[in-house]
Write a protein that binds this ligand. Structure first.
Ligand code: ADP
Ligand code: ASP
Ligand code: MG
Length: 823
């Protein structure tokens, strides 16, 4: 006979009619001769039923309309899913159930408080309603051979509640099932999750999320080949995805690991799910109803997985109770008395930690039980507290337990160190620690307010490459856009080298796009259009500096002062800055100095290679020279691609104004060509180099001779373009004059070691290096003590989006290397 497969679908998998359809399709695709389908209540229904009881307990609670709402939701589901005849039968039963519920709640209204048994009965209706609908739906679809039989789990599963939760009475339950399902049955059983019957015959539940337990109980009763728990995530994740956005699916887990994770808060599985499966060695799969093509997580006896740490979970709120006193040292039985007192008070202890001196015992309990626990402890040690043998009983509220779980931690070195280092780096203080002798779990108690941060920090230490950078790009204009395109082509290759570059924010001049994961670099303009929000640079920086990603870098591709003025704050906060924007470095000297200082304390880096010569290695060359002990005597060169171009072309065959006009049309100049001709851009670059040489320089120290005739300084762009021709004669005369002495005109910037800085049009010998450059080339000549006879020259295209973006990208990789990436 074929073995059974048991599927369990959680509430999120049966939220609406579309979900029911999906569930049916999964069962139809599976198409094995014998399958059992355990269903939860439709999403939110159990909560709503429990809320009914609370409403009835309040004198003014309107439970009738809440019942009506629940009824209406199920009626409309039936109308969508099954034939009118089946819907009528369904509706009639639902109606009767709702009348029964109303009757019970009326009684509650009178006695003002609902007995536990009634709560159990009422909260169990959701599973009855979902399965009673799914059974006829699956059968009416008619795509599978064999019968569809509805099973009320209360007729099968018998449990006895004990201190460890519900204990299944296996032999009775097995007999009950055999009585209901004939031995040779083929087809599908549709079974209610969550509900069961106590040995005394009254109805009970298996606790919140108990349908998982139902699934594995039926797996055991049916001697199933496997149990599949279908939910709304891709499997058991390395952490709760609502707290850790980049949690990953764990491929395989042992039963004990899964149990430990479930117990310590991984809500995706009920902790008791494992027991029946372990006893019969039945594998459990956790899979996604909404992505059935994915493998999910396999939970079994002997998992094959390379991960040492499987998951990181948290439970809160808990209270931490600390019992302290010299009188406990060496006295046998103190722990016995303590935990005996707690047991008598019905308090469940989640974690215990005792220092080896026996001077103190500390334990964690659910926060709601803190008051009772403190009273119980004080009562138990009343005499010792009075005579001072025990000095104090402290209760810390609002704590959170963080548990790191994995079988592979046993015997592995450095796992605990990684946990504590990451917590230390995130400035989280640890209140208590516990590690089981199995070494499967390291638990720490931290302040609840920092719990999410702690979880992310520890998760990052185990699951993220230490070289993961959260990147925010500001200014996706000419350069920024190209940078993103360049990055897109390299991201995968770099990830293979363990460098994980994630663009998590893009800020334009008015709007910004934020994303928890990496923004799709192929589609960012469209995403910005659809999901962009108004620009707020403060929010942008906060978002990019996510506490669960090891490093943050903001890349400023604007020419904005406003953005440049924020670098200091960012660097001080530990955010790295990369930029081709000259504004900050050529602004007032004190700000420049502050920036150089700002990152020192936090270790953040400020990189700006592309501010001079775009992608050419100018700043880096200068740094290398200085840091290896060379002395710079002079730096001179052609620092403007635009001016280089104008004078390369200006050979007398065409008027200067015509060349400027043509260059403007080709986009070689700024929209207002005076921004280039004024020489101010060259002066800014010179300042940056001068400061890099160690000089204290302000813009006013640079002697700039511009090419904008004073008469045209204040006119409109159009008028400027028109009237520039008035000065063509002067320019031609200068050119001819130079040519007579075999010289050419070049716009040169020069800075000397003594701080003398000049920018202006210069006559150079026709054989001079600066006279023989191509198009928009920049050329920078370093005269130093080492390079004195023959200077060091860096030359090449020094403008344009491709090379500038390349310079920014190179800075980003340099930064990654500083942070530890091996490229
Ligand atoms: P169902 O309705 O299928 O029973 P639950 O809501 O009970 O689903 O459980 C699934 C949810 O558990 C997920 O949506 C996820 O938000 C949460 N969850 C918490 N911790 C984890 C974890 N470690 N792995 C996966 N999911 C988790
Ligand atoms: N419906 C129950 C609950 O919400 C059981 C379950 O879904 O597992 O807790
Ligand atoms: Mg659940």
């Amino acid at each position: 006979m074929d073995k059974w497969i048991v599927h369990k679908f959680g509430g999120s998998s049966v939220a609406d009619a579309g979900c029911f359809r999906r569930v049916a399709e999964i069962i139809e695709a599976s198409d094995r001769p014998r399958e059992a389908v355990v269903l939860s209540a439709c999403k939110g229904v159990t909560d709503a039923l429990l809320a009914l009881v609370l409403l009835a307990e309040r004198p003014d609670g309107d439970f009738m309309s809440a019942i009506e709402a629940l009824k209406a939701r199920h009626v409309s589901l039936a109308a969508e899913l099954v034939s009118p005849a089946a819907a009528a039968i369904y509706g009639a039963r639902l109606d009767q159930d709702c009348r029964d519920i109303a009757g019970m709640l009326q009684a509650v209204r009178l006695i003002r408080s609902a007995p536990l048994s009634m709560r159990d009965v009422i909260s169990g209706y959701g599973e009855i309603w979902s399965t009673r609908l799914f059974a006829p739906y699956l059968s009416e679809r008619g795509r599978l051979a064999g019968a569809v039989q509805w099973i009320d789990a209360r007729d099968v599963v018998i449990v006895e509640w004990g201190p460890l939760g519900p204990a299944v009475q296996w032999s009775t339950s097995e007999a009950n099932l055999e009585a209901l399902v004939p031995a040779g049955f083929t087809g599908r059983l549709v079974i209610t999750g969550f509900i069961a019957t106590k040995t005394n015959g009254t109805q009970t539940t298996l606790g919140r999320n108990g349908s998982d337990f139902s699934g594995s109980i039926f797996g055991a009763l049916l001697h199933a080949q496997e149990i599949v728990i279908w939910t709304d995530v891709d499997g058991v994740l390395s952490a709760d995805p609502r707290l850790v956005p980049n949690a990953q699916v764990i491929d395989q887990l042992s039963y004990s690991e899964a149990m430990e994770l479930a117990y310590f808060g991984a809500k995706v599985i009920h902790p008791q799910t494992m027991e029946p499966a372990v006893a019969r060695d039945i594998p459990i799969y956790i899979r996604n109803t909404f992505a059935p093509q994915k493998d999910g997580t396999l939970i079994c006896a002997a998992p094959v997985s390379a991960l040492k740490v499987k998951g990181i979970t948290s439970i809160d709120p808990v209270a931490l109770v600390n019992l302290e006193g010299a009188g406990m040292i060496g006295v046998p039985g103190t722990a016995h008395r303590l935990f005996g007192a707690l047991r008598d008070a019905g308090i469940s202890v989640i974690l215990i930690s005792q220092g080896s001196s026996e001077h103190s015992i500390c334990f964690a309990i659910p926060e709601a039980q803190a008051g009772r626990a403190e009273a119980a402890v004080r009562r138990a040690f009343d005499a010792e507290l009075r005579d001072g043998q025990i000095q104090r009983v402290d209760v810390g509220l609002g704590q959170s337990i963080l548990a790191v779980v994995g079988d592979g931690m046993a015997g592995a070195h450095g796992v605990a160190a990684k946990v504590f280092n990451s917590l230390g780096d995130a400035a989280i203080s640890v209140r208590a620690i516990a590690q089981g002798a199995s070494e499967r779990n390291i638990s720490v108690v931290v302040d609840g307010k920092g719990a999410a941060k702690a979880l992310r920090a520890v998760h990052a230490a185990f699951y993220l490459s230490p070289n993961t950078l959260s990147i925010g790009l500001i200014g996706p204009g000419t350069v920024g856009r190209v940078f993103l395109a360049q990055l897109a082509t390299q991201v995968e290759r770099l990830r293979a080298l363990n460098l994980d570059l994630r663009i998590r924010g893009i800020a334009g001049s008015k709007r910004m796009l934020l994303s928890e994961d990496s923004i799709d670099l192929e589609r960012w303009p469209e995403l910005m259009e659809r999901h962009g929000e108004p620009l707020d640079l403060e929010k942008f920086a906060n978002h990019c500096q996510a506490d669960y990603i090891p490093h943050t870098v903001l890349i400023d591709c604007t020419a904005s002062n406003d953005v440049a003025n924020r670098y200091q704050t960012w660097l001080t906060r530990g955010i790295h800055v990369v930029t081709p924007n000259k504004k900050a470095n050529s602004g007032p000297m004190p700000y420049y100095k502050a920036l150089q200082e700002a990152g020192r304390a936090t270790g953040s880096h400020y990189l700006y290679e592309a501010t001079v010569g775009a992608g050419l290695p100018v700043i880096q060359t200068l740094r290398d020279l200085r840091e290896t002990g060379d002395d710079i005597t002079r730096i001179e060169g052609i620092f403007s691609g635009t001016l280089a171009y104008l004078f390369n072309v200006f050979d007398g065959s065409e008027a200067f104004s015509a060349i400027v006009r043509a260059a403007k049309l080709k986009g070689y100049t700024e929209p207002d060509p005076r921004d280039d001709l004024s020489g101010m851009d060259v002066a800014r670059k010179l300042i940056i180099l001068g400061r890099e040489m160690g000089l204290t320089l302000e813009m006013s120290d640079v002697v700039v001779t511009g090419l904008v005739p004073p008469a045209l300084a204040g006119v409109s762009i159009d008028e400027f373009m028109e009237r520039l021709a008035e000065f063509d004669a002067d320019m031609s005369a200068m050119l001819k004059d130079a040519a007579r002495s075999h010289q050419v005109l070049r716009y040169v910037g020069r800075i000397e070691a003594d701080g003398k800085a000049t920018v202006g049009l210069t006559r150079l010998d026709a054989r001079h290096a600066f006279a023989n450059i191509a198009l928009t080339d920049n050329v920078v000549r370093f005269a130093t003590r080492r390079y004195c006879n023959n200077p060091l020259i860096v030359q090449g295209p020094g403008a344009g989006p491709e090379v500038t973006a390349g310079g920014v990208f190179a800075d980003l990789l340099r930064l990654s290397a500083y942070l530890g990436a091996h490229l």
